[in-house]
Design a protein. Structure first.
Length: 83
């Protein structure tokens, strides 16, 4: 949880957040894969636009985009975008 000391906090105990571009985070994950630390990397519930944004500059595509879908939320728009 957020009580874990690994999460950075300010002097009042509030969690610190950083605005890191998605493409920078994805580039770091791709570097971990290239270093052999992981075999594959993926995302969850990303739109087509988010995937395009994070892979700009020639970064590899995610191995999987795990999407929550069920009878009451079939994600038809996302399915059509990513077919």
């Amino acid at each position: 949880g957020t009580e874990d000391p690994i999460f950075p906090k300010d002097k009042d105990g509030n969690l610190l957040h950083r605005d890191v571009p998605l493409s920078d985070t994805w580039a770091a994950m791709c570097a971990e894969k290239k270093a052999g630390k992981v075999r594959s990397i993926g995302v969850s519930n990303f739109s087509k636009a988010e995937i395009e944004e994070m892979t700009k500059g020639g970064l590899e595509m995610p191995a999987v985009n795990q999407v929550e879908a069920h009878v009451f939320w079939n994600q038809s728009k996302l399915r059509k975008e990513t077919e």
